[in-house]
Design a protein around this ligand. Structure first.
Ligand SMILES: NC(=O)c1ccc[n+]([C@@H]2O[C@H](COP(=O)([O-])OP(=O)(O)OC[C@H]3O[C@@H](n4cnc5c(N)ncnc54)[C@H](OP(=O)(O)O)[C@@H]3O)[C@@H](O)[C@H]2O)c1
Length: 220
């Protein structure tokens, strides 16, 4: 039984990650700002007030884990704004950088003493963070923040390799969640199932790779 931490586990893909890891018998710490009242908590260890933007929110996660060691961390929490040229606001860019790029790196730093050897870190990024793949423009803050996350996660793959940590950068597909206004090609349950298969296949030799949920290797 693995000890798994999922951030942003209150909705969409993160909620499905938490449910599916728990359903297969893993011990799941579900980090959320607020647990949704309508969702059962059975099989999950919920940490509320875990706003990953704030040091205090990240500290709640660290405290909840105590002396336990994590086998898998899924950095899933994310936000998206549709920043269009002519109406790009600094606050919007900063908010997306804070959650999508800075928080997963800072939380990993906070958790260094609580990572098992071996351990797997999965960063839920987006192919919208791929510079080579950007053929449609727009979405300034989202694209910039996911590209920055990719850069940071690649450095973690190098810096933590000696400590037995393998890193995956994962694009979940176009998924019907609150973030996409319910639009997309996949349900969150199907995306999470594919992503968990990628995490299961992650190892020291393929660490630092940017994958689509379907297994395709994506360009940076
Ligand atoms: N859906 C897609 O097609 C798609 C495509 C590419 C990548 N992604 C990525 O997939 C991940 C999950 O997104 P989703 O589609 O499942 O969207 P979602 O349903 O909107 O879920 C986003 C989750 O992130 C949490 N979150 C946001 N800000 C947070 C913060 N400051 N601290 C802690 N948690 C925070 C939300 O919590 P609250 O409930 O508290 O707001 C929510 O649980 C994101 O990283 C997203 O960028 C999604």
């Amino acid at each position: 039984m693995a000890l798994v931490l999922v951030t942003g586990a209150s909705s969409g893909i993160g909620l499905e990650f938490a449910k599916q890891f728990a359903a297969r018998g893993d011990q799941v710490v579900a980090a959320v700002r607020q647990w949704p009242k309508e969702q059962p908590r059975e099989g999950l260890e919920v940490v509320e007030g875990a706003d990953v933007r704030d040091a205090a929110g990240r500290h709640r996660i660290v405290q909840k884990l105590g002396s336990r060691r994590l086998d898998v961390v899924v950095h899933n929490a994310g936000v998206l704004a549709n920043d269009a040229l002519g109406d790009i606001r600094g606050a919007s860019l900063e908010a997306q950088m804070a959650v999508n790029a800075f928080a997963p790196i800072l939380l990993t730093q906070d958790l260094r003493g609580q990572l098992a050897n071996p351990c797997k870190l999965a960063f839920v990024t987006s192919r919208m963070g791929s510079i080579a793949d950007n053929g449609s423009g727009g979405y300034y803050g989202y694209r910039m923040s996911k590209a920055a996350l990719n850069a940071g996660a690649r450095s973690l793959a190098i810096d933590l390799a000696a400590q037995g940590v393998a890193v995956a950068l994962l694009h979940p597909g176009y998924v019907r969640t609150r973030m996409t206004g319910g639009q997309g090609q996949l349900d969150p349950a199907d995306s999470a199932r594919l992503l968990i298969a990628r995490i299961d296949a992650l190892n020291a030799a393929n660490s630092g790779t940017f994958w689509h949920a379907n297994g395709e290797v994506l360009p940076w």
